[in-house]
Design a protein around this ligand. Sequence first.
Ligand code: ADP
Ligand code: MG
Length: 254
Amino acid sequence: MLDVKDITVTYNNKFEALKDIELKVPSGNIYGIIGPNGAGKSTLIKAMLDLVPHSGSTLFNEKPVKTQRKNLSYVEQKSNIDTTFPIKVIDCVVLGVFPGLKPWQRPGKAEKDKAEQALKKVNMYEYRNRQISELSGGQFQRILIARTLVQDSELIFLDEPFVGIDITSENIIIELLRELAEAGRTILIVHHDLSKIYKYFDGLILLNKTLIACGSVSEVYTAEHVQEAFGTNILVSPDALKKEADSHDQSIYQ
Ligand code: ADP
Ligand code: MG
């Protein structure tokens, strides 16, 4: 169980980006973090990880998240990652095994094997000796997921992992994340494509500076909550989305 207790983030001691966020996410679930631009979605992840100053606390299995860094993975919003850094794909993934390893240090064979297995899972094995700068956005995102796989952490945070990537990469990633959740991992994904929420998530965290709702997708994605978060400009009607989800096979994994 991930337990967020009363998080407030005030940037530069004056701009309140998040206020009094209280929520719980049960283990073994994939939760989407949704809300308009500037709602504080990325800030919430950073506060949970203790990467920005905040009040309140975040517990995972009753212990502070910040004391469990080895047991968590965080894939930042893509724009924040320097893909021009000269490093080979395989070495980038191996860094997931040893977060402290420097690019010029040599990993052992066991680590390399583990990284190669992960690359096979994301269909990127044949790219193992390329530079990361040569990859497309979707391929690079798959490398970051391979890295998450070798880290084998129980708590996984992904910030907009599907922005600007191809649908093949998106499907590969979401299927692997589903496998991880089924194996008991707890996964939080900042996501803005509302049309996919029933397919991808077990639950949602809807926010706009304050928490609007947290729970199952149908509990959270109601007309009232969406209006509260996004204003009158509703992009995807909650009723239409629910109807569509009910009429189709709800799972893309079967
Ligand atoms: P989202 O991810 O939902 O788009 P963010 O968490 O990035 O939103 O940002 C929430 C608000 O906090 C925005 O108004 C943003 O401009 C502001 N903000 C984000 N990071 C900082 C920072 N380091 N310093 C000051 N303000 C910030
Ligand atoms: Mg963001």
